[in-house]
Design a binder for this molecule. Structure first.
Ligand code: AR6
Length: 169
């Protein structure tokens, strides 16, 4: 069975151990997938985020999932795209690696990722999808863990990029 798959849809509907939120460093909520997760999950998630206080770019924190079908939300902060010379690629890689590390440390079997940084933060989608897939493949291989990873794409462009890159693997 494939360990890495892609679907098109709304990540808040995913019945997995953890969904990942593309948050901001203040963990104060916002638009995009962050807004959708807090709306669907209810105020408990924000309550936990407030207690945690914040999360530097490239790092990740974990909370429970309120009313969502998943058990946990892993909040990670992707980089804002400034043109490519501000360590954006490494920071995006870190966001994926640290989210997967938290899943491993918490003994989770399944995780769903949105396309981190490719909305408001402006990271080029093609490059972001390559980083997401490569980082995930490397993590699973290096750590020898059996975590099922689903990339949940909200828009058709991202969905096509992931489909093409995952095809045949
Ligand atoms: N399910 C899955 N993906 C979604 C959903 C959803 N319900 N809604 C949007 N997306 P963005 P960023 C996709 O802007 O670029 C927030 O205000 C969307 O199509 O949510 O990392 C935070 O608070 C896009 O491909 O996140 C931060 O301030 C992807 O999710 C900032 O935006 C990411 O877009 C983070 O910006």
């Amino acid at each position: 069975m494939k360990n890495i798959t892609v679907v098109k849809g709304d990540i808040t509907k995913m019945n997995v151990d953890a969904i990942v939120n593309a948050a901001n460093a203040e963990l104060r909520g916002g638009g995009g997938v962050d807004g959708a997760i807090h709306r669907a999950g209810g105020p408990m998630i924000m309550e936990e985020c407030r207690k945690i206080g914040g999360c530097p770019t490239g790092e990740a924190v974990i909370t429970t999932a309120g009313n969502l079908p998943s058990k946990y939300v892993i909040h990670t902060v992707g980089p804002i795209w400034y043109g490519g010379n501000k360590n954006e690629e490494k920071l995006l890689e870190s966001a994926y690696n640290n989210s997967l590390r938290l899943a491993k440390e918490n003994g989770l079997n399944s995780i769903a990722f949105p396309n981190i940084s490719t909305g408001v933060y402006g990271f080029p989608k093609d490059l972001a999808s390559s980083i997401a897939i490569e980082t995930t493949r490397n993590f699973l291989k290096l750590n020898e863990v059996d975590i099922k990873v689903t990339f949940v794409c909200f828009d058709e462009e991202n969905f096509q990029l992931y489909e093409n890159k995952l095809e045949g693997h």
